[in-house]
Design a protein around this ligand. Structure first.
Ligand code: ADP
Ligand code: NI
Length: 217
């Protein structure tokens, strides 16, 4: 099978796997990350096939929906790639990308490094910020039945991740907890540049939000 056949087959597989996925992690999230990844990869000396496979397979099975089992994503990807006779070295690399990409991974030392992981991780982070990031955050908050904002518990910065998860913190807090921090975590030059534009948009959004909240605009 040539590379473009493999990529097309992977797209079909991922679409089918994510048929019933929730809005934040559906096929369209994957498609956006895939496009971001290809854009970033243009300026990096990296293996495009690994970037493509990593982007397409990175959320194939979210541990949140599999009793916290972090191994299910890499395992599902490995089975698919093995069935399609992909080289073991490629499979290994893609599995490592899936294991190391998530934000959860962002909180402890990565135990694997590659330019392909950097590219896919930047692409995934870009989809959490900017206009799409705003939409995804409020979609998630709605799903959890959270308030949009509460001036009385105005952005709490010093909560632990565990405390935050248990709390019913309004969605605006998530910007301070994670979204506004992402631009400084980008790996690649292209990722940084796009992240800065998206960051500015979130700052504008927040300024407008507070002004409207106070009836000032
Ligand atoms: P990932 O799977 O990429 O690690 P998450 O599953 O944590 O990311 O989040 C998926 C989407 O939901 C992201 O856009 C993220 O910003 C958003 N999200 C996650 N946690 C919250 C939260 N507490 N409040 C609002 N949005 C959230
Ligand atoms: Ni993702």
């Amino acid at each position: 099978m040539n590379t473009s056949e493999l990529i097309n087959k992977t797209i079909l597989f991922v679409k089918q796997q994510l048929e019933n996925a929730e809005g934040g992690h559906d096929w369209f999230h994957i498609e956006r990350v895939y496009k971001n990844a290809l854009l970033i990869a243009k300026n990096e000396n990296c293996d495009r096939t690994i970037v493509q496979l990593g982007a397409l397979l990175h959320d194939i099975a979210d541990s949140k929906f599999h009793n916290g089992d972090e191994s299910i994503g890499p395992k599902t990807a490995r089975e698919f790639l093995t069935a399609n006779e992909v080289d073991e070295s490629v499979i290994q690399h893609v599995a490592k990308i899936i294991e190391n990409i998530s934000f959860k991974g962002g909180n402890f030392e990565k135990n694997f490094h590659s330019i392909e992981l950097d590219v896919v991780q930047d692409a995934d982070r870009l989809d959490a910020i900017g206009a799409i990031g705003v939409a995804r955050a409020f979609n998630y908050g709605g799903f959890k039945n959270r308030a949009l904002y509460n001036p009385e518990i105005a952005p709490i910065l010093n909560m632990s991740k565990e405390e935050y998860k248990k709390s019913t913190a309004p969605t605006i807090n998530h910007f301070y907890e994670k979204l506004l921090l992402l631009k400084d975590k980008m790996n690649t030059q292209t990722g940084k540049k796009i992240a800065e534009e998206r960051h500015r948009f979130m700052e504008l959004f927040l300024a407008q939000f507070y002004a409207e909240w106070e009836g000032e605009k």
